[in-house]
Write a protein that binds this ligand. Structure first.
Ligand SMILES: NC(=O)C1=CN([C@@H]2O[C@H](COP(=O)(O)OP(=O)(O)OC[C@H]3O[C@@H](n4cnc5c(N)ncnc54)[C@H](OP(=O)(O)O)[C@@H]3O)[C@@H](O)[C@H]2O)C=CC1
Ligand SMILES: CC(=O)N[C@@H](CCC(=O)OP(=O)(O)O)C(=O)O
Length: 351
């Protein structure tokens, strides 16, 4: 356990993920917010780009340099894909680096090249403590004391947590997994065009990245393969929903012959019984994105569709909280030996 305050810098502080990291860090009892950095908004008051962050409103966004970031105990990188790897390589090994981008999530360089089209930067411990990596082992162990963390993607968070218990318990077939998920518009970052939001997104839902081409597909497959101990393949279709925040992922997989609804419920309950941030709802209850808005919780409900032999798991999360910045803070707590839940809300702001 560290005794002094942890100084944390946020790079990409003018963006959505950076803003959410600052909202959480500003309320964290062991953290002092250090440098806040950006690119095109460097020089602006933080209060100008994030009026909701009142306690930090008079901070001025600095340019993002490794020298400035290196003065901190921890750095949250909330930058576009590809920008974090080069920066992280220039930071001292004893500074905790939490990369909200995808650069260090995938272990397979071929999958990286196929879905991201650039050279693979390397693989860091994956920041999803609750993820089953076998029958009972979880990802948490690799995060205690870590100094480099690849924070998961927003869709892979809800989807992987939704299906891992069934694979870890050997109850699901590894092929024929189907996921359709809806995301709020903040998932696309602040660059999503205002006119697109007004005329095409609000009042409508639309699919994108259809046909197995979305870059979160290999991340989900990597996570579920780790839980199953054999290759898992996934058909994933994302959709854009007319709401600012939230992801609702509907995940289905074929159950092995003879598997009962009681066995399924048992596996999910056992997997998450001690997890503060993963909630399995009672039979017949289903999650809503509004219930987890601003909270670090993934809520899920499950049922066996006996007619077709498939388990259906529906998971809800806030893409900016548990889907990125909340996971980063959770991993910071683990890395520094603090209680894992420190500074992280378990309550949402519904309706
Ligand atoms: N939005 C979400 O729900 C989630 C996002 N993430 C990941 O978090 C990261 C940030 O996403 P998000 O906040 O949505 O994106 P935004 O577009 O909202 O913000 C991007 C931030 O990065 C800064 N920036 C852009 N280019 C550079 C550069 N070359 N060097 C330094 N800073 C730069 C921008 O600064 P400026 O504005 O000053 O130009 C801005 O602060 C991405 O990797 C994303 O994939 C992960 C999970 C969920
Ligand atoms: C709605 C929307 O556009 N969402 C983004 C996901 C953003 C995210 O969180 O994922 P990464 O961290 O991997 O960027 C997308 O589909 O690309």
């Amino acid at each position: 356990m560290v005794c002094q305050v942890i100084r944390v810098a946020v790079a990409g502080a003018s963006g959505y993920a950076g803003g959410e990291a600052l909202r959480l860090l500003a309320g964290h009892p062991e953290v002092e917010v250090g440098a806040v950095t950006a690119a095109s908004s460097a020089g602006a008051r933080l209060g100008y780009v994030h009026p909701h962050l009142l306690p930090l409103a008079d901070r001025v966004l600095a340019e993002t340099t490794p020298e400035l970031l290196a003065e901190h105990d921890a750095v949250v990188l909330a930058l576009p894909h590809g920008a974090s790897a080069a920066l992280a390589a220039q930071l001292p090994a004893d500074v905790l680096v939490l990369d909200c981008g995808a650069d260090h999530r995938l272990a397979d360089p071929v999958a990286w090249k196929t879905f991201y089209g650039s050279e693979h930067a390397g693989t860091w411990p994956y920041g999803m403590p609750e993820l089953l990596t076998g029958a009972t082992s979880k990802q948490r162990d690799a995060l205690v004391g870590a100094r480099r963390v690849a924070v998961p993607g927003c869709y892979p968070t809800g989807i992987s947590l939704a299906l891992a218990p069934g694979f870890a318990a050997g109850l699901l077939e590894p092929a024929d997994v189907v996921v359709v998920a809806a995301s709020g518009t903040s998932g696309a970052g602040k660059g999503l065009k205002a006119n697109l939001l007004g005329s095409e997104v609000m009042g409508s839902m639309s699919p994108y990245g259809v046909g197995g081409v979305h870059r979160h597909t290999p991340e989900v497959e990597q996570n579920l393969t780790g839980a199953a101990g054999e290759p898992v393949t996934v058909s994933f279709t994302p959709t854009l929903a007319p709401m600012p925040r939230g992801i609702l992922a509907t995940c289905t997989a074929r159950v092995r012959a003879g598997v009962t609804a009681a066995q399924l419920r048992d596996a999910w309950q056992q997997a998450y019984a001690d997890e503060p941030f993963v909630v399995v709802l009672p039979e017949g209850s289903w999650p809503r994105t509004s219930d987890v808005l601003g909270s670090n919780v993934v809520e899920m409900g499950l049922a066996l569709d006996e007619r077709v032999g498939r388990v259906v798991v529906v998971a809800a999360e806030d893409n900016l909280t548990k889907g990125t910045a909340g996971a980063a803070v959770q991993c910071l707590n683990l890395a520094f030996g603090l209680p894992e839940t420190l500074g992280l809300p378990r309550t949402g702001v519904a309706p």
